[in-house]
Ligand binder design. Sequence first.
Ligand SMILES: [Zn+2]
Ligand SMILES: [Zn+2]
Length: 282
Amino acid sequence: MLFGAHVSIQGGLAEAVQRALGIGCETLQIFTKSQRQWAARPLAEGDIRAFRSACEENGLSKTIVHASYLINLAAPDSSILKKSRAALVDEVQRAHALGIPYVVVHSGSHRGEGAAKGIARLCESVSLVLEQTSDCAGTMILLENSAGQGSTLCGDLHELGEAVDGLAGEKRIGVCLDTCHLFAAGYDFRTERNYDDLQGLLVSLGILKKVQVLHFNDSANPLGSRVDKHEAIGSGAIGETAFRYWIADQQWLETPAVVETPGGIENYRREMELFKDMRSTG
Ligand SMILES: [Zn+2]
Ligand SMILES: [Zn+2]
């Protein structure tokens, strides 16, 4: 497993790489623009070069972009849907320019129309974006599972399985699994037995083979709460031990696992140390 954190790009994109390396990260996740705005200035050539060479020099290859929170690829509202698709095209193009292989995007929300319609629209959106970014080979779109809050899609892993099925022909599609979201959606993995059962479910739904990135977050709320609120590793309802099962599982040997926890850079540093310790003690 490659451990990393979602780091700020304040001071420039290359600065994010130094920030991540400074706390012991082996990979990193970034926003390439403000996560709460639709439009953004194009990336400057100099910033692109600086980021690419910082990653190259330090052997960071499995880097990740988190797409804007505004994007809803399942939106019933046609103007939001259009904006969302255009915004994801932009995210993929920016990531590709930066040499970043993964763009994580939330699966969206059906806003009361029902999951079936929502999943169909999500798949249509992703297919369109992939088509419009066919020149961005090497950059994949990863659908993230949700906590199941409100009308968000893919809290229920059966929905995520359906989305993966609906996009079966697409080579540049994958999945990002968030541990906080899994737990909040009701999937327990706090014992080895529960962890194994969850992996079995992921296999049976056709999801497991598509997982490219893990988000390692503890949950502020209890199992099945359906609330997306992250907590520092070990301080939440999931607890430290559960992360050992993921880390010890050989199938994730090459997989990046990124924290998006509260507590700032010092907490990230502690988490990187904790994970590395777990990795070496097995
Ligand atoms: Zn996440
Ligand atoms: Zn979350």
